[in-house]
Design a protein around this ligand. Structure first.
Ligand SMILES: [Zn+2]
Length: 262
């Protein structure tokens, strides 16, 4: 019997050990039921690579950006490359982008300026934003509140906050994406946040090669391991695995408009 279809809404298939055999990882993912995956870039060169890899491969899509931990490293022409790539038919989102005050590789002012460029690009291209927000929910809220009424669509990727951190993002209609850390024994507050997130706004992701879910924790994460996070979220939402798969897959298809892109 075919496993229910899942969408890995955020991974880095070409990064680290996972990038040594992305074809193999993608094959194993499809066997596990992961029928679509969104490959996320963090700088100009990974934007180019994700678009190239997704090209001609059914079920693979790309998201382009320069993330807050890479902006200290930008070269001339990098942003223009990202803007040009955003027109590619395989690009279904802008990201990851946002604010990271945990690593804080660049000062907040600079991070805000780059974040804003990505928000504007998402609006111009009518694409959703993939948000990376770490230790910076109030700062992100301030910036995004200026755009929330302008039709901005966004997902809080690898959400790791508390139930109160999802506001007002959820009120603005943003999606919340849960990763492998949802399965960790210490994730009580995160599971509480997942319980509080409306089902219609829930997505799942691996963030591979990082954050492998229990029982694969400690290994190089890969899209096939999405099933463990799906199972955990199903339990939290008191649904069958099949129901959870169906709803999160429908959410992802609607949000990223998969039907209308190849
Ligand atoms: Zn990521």
């Amino acid at each position: 019997m075919k496993p229910p279809a899942l969408v890995d809404t955020h991974n880095h298939l070409l990064f680290g050990a996972l990038g040594e055999d992305p074809e193999g990882a993608w094959r194993r993912a499809r066997l596990a039921g992961v029928t679509r995956a969104l490959l996320i870039a963090v700088d100009a060169s990974s934007s180019r690579q994700t678009v190239d890899f997704a090209a001609g491969r059914e079920g693979l899509f790309a998201s382009v950006a320069i993330d807050p931990n890479s902006i200290h490293d930008v070269a001339e022409g990098d942003w223009e490359q990202v803007v040009a790539l955003a027109q590619d038919e395989k690009v279904v989102a802008i990201g990851e982008t946002g604010l990271d005050l945990y690593w804080k590789k660049s000062p907040l002012d600079l991070q805000l300026a780059w974040f804003e460029k990505h928000v504007e690009l998402a609006l111009v291209r009518d694409l959703p934003l993939v948000l990376h927000i770490r230790d910076a929910f109030p700062e992100a809220r301030d910036l995004l509140s200026r755009y929330a009424g302008r039709g901005l669509r966004a997902v809080l990727h690898c959400f790791g906050g508390q139930a109160e951190d999802i506001h007002p993002f959820v009120e603005w209609g943003f999606m919340v994406s849960f990763a492998g850390n949802l399965t960790y024994p210490s994730a009580g507050a995160l599971r509480e946040a997942a319980r509080a997130t409306p089902l219609a706004q829930c997505l799942i992701e691996t963030d591979a090669p990082w954050l492998a879910p229990v029982p694969q924790r400690g290994k190089t994460n890969e899209p096939a391991f999405l099933v463990h996070t799906a199972r955990e979220l199903a339990e939290i939402k008191q649904l069958d695995y099949e129901q959870l798969a169906e709803v999160t897959t429908a959410n992802a298809c609607r949000f990223f408009r998969f039907e209308s892109s190849r």
